[in-house]
Every structure is written in structure tokens, then in C-alpha cells.
Design a protein around this ligand. Sequence first.
Ligand SMILES: [Fe+2]
Length: 150
Amino acid sequence: MSEDKSLLEGTREEHRECMEVVGELVACLERHPESPGEWVRQLEGMLDTLEATMKAHFVVEEQGELYRGLPVTHPRLAARLKALESEHSGMLEAIDRVKEKARDLDDPESYELRELNARAQLLVAQIQRHEAQENEIVLEAHWGEVGVGD
Ligand SMILES: [Fe+2]
């Protein structure tokens, strides 16, 4: 159980760090761009930070208790964990695609800014959903251990 508790705490801590970076990106997306070019450059910087953060985060998870230990100790969670782990590379590719889109915009029209903003919002939603599903699995394993639930 203590192992589960540390997984719970470790996952919370990791995800809190990721969500801080995501939160900064969301704040940027909500800001009305006074200078479109400047806004795009800011967004690019944030996407770089997001990519580095998520890359490091995925490595921690893929090599740690969540994806290596939990499928063994909780086999009924294995299929969901496998599906979630396989989303990691796709999310990094999705970040890259939004970065590429931003890089291509030198003197953006407002519809291009809206499109870029929408793509970045989709990315945020994708990351939030993924991390929330991981949290749910960790909680399920934790509560299962302490005898609540099935
Ligand atoms: Fe995660």
C-alpha cells in the first residue's frame, strides 16, 4: 500500500508540474493579441516548454511504477494503461504539428490566429483528458488496495 501511496503522490506531483505549464499556455491562448506576430512567438516559446516538459514527464511515467509496475500488480488495469501509454508519442507529434503551424505564420491574418488558437486548445484538451485518465487509474489502484471499490 505504501508503494501505491507513493505512486499516487508522485503522479499528483508530476501532473501538477505539467498542468502549470498547460495553465500558462491556456492563459496565452486567452490573451487578446495586440501584436499578432509577438503573440505567435510567445505561443511558440510556450509550445517548446510544453514539449520539453511532456517529453520528460512521459519518460518518468514510462519507466516508472505507473506503466511498468501497475500492469503487473493490477492486471485488470493493464489494457487501459497500454492504450494510454501508446498515446504519448501521438501527443508529442500533435505538439510538433501545432509548433510547425505557428512557425509558418510570419504576418498572420486574424483567421489564421483563430485557427492556431483552436489547434492549441485542442492540444490542451487532449493533454488534460489523458492526464485525467491516468489520475483515475492511479486512484482506482489506490482505492482497490485499501479495500474500497471492487
Ligand atoms: Fe501523465
